[in-house]
Ligand binder design. Sequence first.
Ligand SMILES: *Cc1c(COP(=O)(O)O)cnc(C)c1O
Length: 360
Amino acid sequence: MTRGLNNSGIPLRKINNFQIAMNIESLIRENIKALHSYCSARHEFSGEAKIFLDANENAFGSPIPGNYNRYPDPMQTALKEKLSTQLSIASDQVFLGNGSDEAIDILIRIFCRPARDKVIICPPTYGIYETCAGINDIAVIKISLDGSFQPDTDNILKQSARLIFICTPNNPTGNIIDRSKIELLLKHFPGIVVIDEAYIHYSSQHSYVHELAIYPNLVVLQTLSKAWGMAGLRLGMAFASRELIAYMNKVKHPYNINTVTQQLALQALDNGESVGIWVNTTKEQRNWLHEQLTSLPFVRKVYPSETNFIFVEMANAPVVYQLLLAKGIVTRLREDHLRITVGTSVENHLLINELKNLLM
Ligand SMILES: *Cc1c(COP(=O)(O)O)cnc(C)c1O
């Protein structure tokens, strides 16, 4: 595939024998490039000191134990170094956000000019991509996944957009996106390819983190909210080239990750022994739920899952959803499907019992 210029007029450059639009600079909004970002007090001074009289903090303390009277490290240095070691990635290729949702919002804001640029999503998929685009007045091109829940790459490559969001394993369908499709997009899509790996720990897929050196237009998202069991903390991660991460840092709020989150995330990362055990238990429970759900007569299809949830197509899904709610069990309704999170063994048994009771 040879194209001199893509639809947005961005010059292509040859890399590894592939023609791809790799010039990240040319995709960044002009106002973001020109921006002099606010330099916080704690950013301006990061050396050793005895007395801090630079940030108008309360010098006496906080009403509760802990040094919460001091602003947090704006660049989250310790946490990034820990992640850098654990994931074998340079710490300046890591962006930390208040959940991955913050990273999604910032990516849209640095690459997409309001009321002009577009992003591509492949429904059914995670809802936040469209919401963030809408808030920023960015049009969303929706190119639905095909019958096997794979992206229609031919159609995608005909579009002109700044960003594409690919969620793999995908929420809510639970499947992984074929590597060949993703590689095609990474090589030929003339914008940024964001790969959301929120559920990577539950899947057989290798993380794309290790491919950042090959694809300058790649951004990988991960989170502590799922397998790591820290959804309440709000810590999401984006991994990309140094250049791209530097732009994300330029745009983020100076103290976007609070002190408590930084401290607890460091502790969690040092105490991850349970994560692998939970992942294995989740997979066992997922298999059990899959079998049980398949045997219910009103269930039309239980989709194979590489995540901690199961996507189930059934007759009268809205009714089943309401009846489960009445029993105190909350699932997620997606048109004629339920997306059911894998719970503990006790929770999963209660769910299946209630579903069986519906038959009587
Ligand atoms: C849960 C989830 C996330 C995580 O979002 P956080 O803001 O980090 O909690 C990201 N992407 C997808 C697809 C998800 O399902």
